[in-house]
Design a protein around this ligand. Sequence first.
Ligand SMILES: *[C@@H]1O[C@H](CO)[C@@H](O)[C@H](O)[C@H]1NC(C)=O
Ligand SMILES: *[C@@H]1O[C@H](CO)[C@@H](O)[C@H](O)[C@H]1NC(C)=O
Length: 337
Amino acid sequence: MLPGAAAALLCAALVLYGLRMDAVLQRGLSLPAARSVASMDETALLLRSIVPPLAAGKHKGQDGRIGVVGGCQEYTGAPYFAAISALKVGADLSHVFCAREAAPVIKSYSPELIVHPVLDSPNAVQEVDKWLPRLHALVVGPGLGREDRLLGNVQGILEASKARGIPVVIDADGLWLVAQQPALVRGYHKALLTPNQAEFSRLHEAVLGGPVDSEDRAGSVLRLSQALGNVTVVQKGERDVISDGQQVLLCSHEGSGRRCGGQGDLLSGSLGVLVHWALLAEPEKTNGSNPLLLAALGACTLTRQCNRQAFQKYGRSTTTTDLIAEVGSAFRALFET
Ligand SMILES: *[C@@H]1O[C@H](CO)[C@@H](O)[C@H](O)[C@H]1NC(C)=O
Ligand SMILES: *[C@@H]1O[C@H](CO)[C@@H](O)[C@H](O)[C@H]1NC(C)=O
């Protein structure tokens, strides 16, 4: 069980149009009682209510312009996966800001992405900053690598995004940067970190100065979020653990045993869109729940559903491309039925 967890512990399992969803919601101990997501079926309803309707009167860009910051000489798949996932979930435009050498490769994967070869240029921060007023969310880190020059530029991009109040999802080597400089995100309420186990341990060590208590994952995620001034932390694992420093949500929606590289990019890309929609929704639509938590739970559930559907078709040979091909039907089944 989750030691240190005093207050309300709600466990709900429901059958939702044949899809099983489980979640445990736990309020952080001795914290002011925030209005909380009451149960998983209510959460599913709230998630549905934040999805903007497809209406004829809309113009291009209204449902989301997302930027992915990453892509270097070695890694070109991850930023592509994140950016294409954002489009498949329903963003209208998806940009990639990558190193010069990565750009032609990423462009050749897809004519649907807008690719800017600026990330290793001396004026990278200004180049990206020009676009920021037109972007609704940034996903920072897929395929970023650890080269100092790129990381230095990404630091500037994060600072510029904060100054403009743009939500940022940080993953992969973006988290490596945050572990070196936690001040980059501390107290920024529109930051979401999506660490896997190894990235979580590194952050935990850097921010809290000790190893993770493996018996108390929920508490560890809650404490890391609080120590970073309540940024939203999404720890990916057998169950995904999500906290905003106040509540802890566990997502154990059924996926499969298959873990292919790239699944995290589907999560971060879709989270970029969902966080924009959740922040845009009228407060009555989120019913007092933290929109970032709702978005995180939505992205985790969607990623697992894609995994499950793809695995049913391809079993052991399932890859991220197969997961992404399921986004449309998984999204419909979860959030639009
Ligand atoms: C909205 O919040 C109220 C009060 O907390 C609760 O009674 C109601 O069930 C919530 N509705 C949804 C859809 O979450
Ligand atoms: C984080 O949230 C907790 C619980 O609401 C609150 O007590 C604390 O002051 C918050 N910290 C920051 C830096 O906002």
